[in-house]
Design a protein. Structure first.
Length: 366
């Protein structure tokens, strides 16, 4: 019986993780939960599963997370926390030598080199949970890193992939929150529409799989059935295919390293059409900015993430236009971010600086 601690338990990843645990109660038990808010829902889950909980809006300290880990005694931690708040819990999990099923992008985007070193030093695995990196992780394991020449990350293209520049200038919040294939939280849904989410995944892939920006390609695949591909040294492409349901990568992560029969419905090839397009970099510049940041280094990837979070938050509050999101990120990236990151303290200091610049840029637009 594997004991699972779920961070971000009331969000999309957390809800799906708990659903899997409930459907596989002979294999897994929910031993602890955390959420930033949603106190009533958190208490309801805690009572149902008789497990300890942490409400982070009341106590977000390192001590509080350590206490939760100590009381829940997990065999694996699922980190489904949204945003930069997820970095510290990932560090704590690895400090405790607990395998980390990682859905929190910011852990890698902001502290990739430090997190990878910590995991290696503690001989503790990081198993990616988002669909694209879960696919790459499984393909790399099966094919072997030395045999892979390029990683190909798929993108749905979001709801505006066929919009003209003029149409993009008039995009509303309500339109941006309607994703054509995935059911996700508001922030990641906006990121998907601007291709910032794909940009973050490019950065993650560079750190997680030790590849250069030149070894990563993004292809628009509107059906979201192929989650990622790898091209081997002989030019062949290998893909992972499943329905666009986050339960699949979560299931893969918490059952790893075993490949066990799933209760989830397997994908059938019949009656499906798959199409592929080049991303429109000119109209969706957030993707190009991410590739540029990978080439600059960790300071730039932290700035990219922090600026984007500030800009998206402002758009969600209807303080700026849709296209202003990328404009704010561009302005922030004009500062000097070409320096190495040597500590977690420096990660958070750099993030704070990027957010301050983004907020100044935001004021000019209001």
């Amino acid at each position: 019986m594997k004991r699972v601690l779920v961070l971000g338990a009331t969000g999309s990843i957390g809800t799906n993780a708990i659903n899997i645990i409930e459907n596989m109660s002979s294999d897994f038990t929910l031993c602890g939960i955390q959420a930033h808010s949603s106190e009533e829902k958190l208490n309801s889950i805690s009572k149902k599963y008789n497990c300890p909980s942490l409400l982070s809006c009341k106590d977000n300290s390192e001590k509080a997370f350590q206490k939760l880990i100590d009381s829940s005694k997990p065999d694996i931690i699922v980190n489904g926390i949204a945003g930069a708040a997820g970095v510290l819990p990932s560090k704590i999990a690895l400090d405790h030598h607990i395998p980390l099923a990682l859905a929190n992008k910011e852990t890698i985007v902001m502290a990739g080199s430090l997190i990878k070193k910590l995991a290696k030093d503690n001989n503790t695995p990081i198993i990616p949970v988002d669909s694209e990196h879960s696919a790459i992780f499984n393909l790399v394991e099966k094919i072997g890193k030395k045999n892979i020449a390029k990683i190909v990350i798929t993108a749905s293209g979001g709801p505006f992939r066929e919009y003209t520049k003029e149409q993009l200038e008039k995009v509303t919040l309500e339109q941006a929150l309607k994703h054509p294939t995935w059911n996700m939280g508001p922030k990641i849904t906006i990121d998907s529409s601007t291709l910032a989410n794909k940009g973050l995944e490019v950065i993650e892939a560079a750190y997680l799989f030790d590849v250069s920006a030149e070894q990563i390609q993004v292809v628009v695949h509107p059906q979201s059935l192929i989650h990622s591909l790898v091209r081997t040294n002989d030019g062949m492409l290998y893909a992972q295919i499943s329905d666009p349901d986050m339960k699949h990568p979560i299931y893969n992560a918490i059952t790893w390293p075993n490949n066990v029969p799933a209760y989830l419905e397997p994908f059938e090839l019949f009656d499906h059409t798959m199409t592929f397009f080049k991303p429109r970099i000119q109209d969706f510049p957030m993707l190009q900015y991410a590739f540029d940041c990978v080439k600059i280094g960790n300071g730039a990837t932290i700035a990219y993430n922090g600026a984007n979070e500030v800009a998206v938050h402002a758009f969600l509050k209807k303080q700026i236009s849709y296209l202003s999101i990328s404009k704010i990120v561009y302005e922030v990236l004009q500062a000097d971010w070409n320096f190495s990151i040597d500590s977690f303290e420096q990660v958070f200091e750099t993030d704070k600086r990027a957010r301050e610049i983004a907020k100044e840029s935001l004021k000019k637009m209001q």
